[in-house]
Structure formats: structure tokens, C-alpha cells
Design a protein around this ligand. Sequence first.
Ligand code: CU
Length: 121
Amino acid sequence: MKTSRITRALILFICANIVTIFTVSSIAFGAEKKESIKVWGNCGMCKKTIEKSLNSVEGIKSASWNKQSKILEVQFDDSKISIKQIEEKVAGSGYDTQNVKGDDKAYKNLHECCQYDRKKS
Ligand SMILES: [Cu+2]
């Protein structure tokens, strides 16, 4: 009985350590990054289009655009995708980002109410 209790405690101790090691290493290697990117747009439909452009992109953990602040919060693995590539993906759907101009053709195909005032360039 005594040994089994010690064994259980030992297993618990090891498990806790494994969790700690994983957490620490993911922070240390910066596998997951969080960035805010300005993306021009108008409404809830824009939000869907912007977020969809990053939906099944490798390395993207989450993407959420706020129509009030026009800020896209994105969580990603920077060993798989860069900020520049993320902005290019969004721009490909017709939306201007802080550093990349939105694709003109895609912009023209956006719903009328989604044709936001483009940033001056
Ligand atoms: Cu819209």
C-alpha cells in the first residue's frame, strides 16, 4: 500500500514536470506569437472575409478582427508563417493592411457595403 502511494505521487510529480517543461519551452522558443495588425474594413461581413482569409492557413492559431478598432489580432507560429505573409493573405481577399495593399480585383468583388474607403497610398 505504501509503495503504491509513493508511486502515484511520483507519477503525479513527473506529469506536473512534463507540463511545466512544455509550457516553458513553447515560450522560450517563441513558437506561438500574438500580433495586432491594422486592417481596413467596414462591417461584420468584412470581419468574416478577413478572418476567413486566414482560416485554414498553416501556422495560424487564431484570427479575430475588430470592426471598431480595425485591428486584427492574430496568434500564429512564427516558424511557419511571418507577419508579412499573414498581411499578404489578408490583402489577397481585398483588404488593405498596414503594410500591404489589398488586391484590387478582390476589392472590386467585395459587397458594395464592404468597399471601405481605401487608405491613401
Ligand atoms: Cu463589410
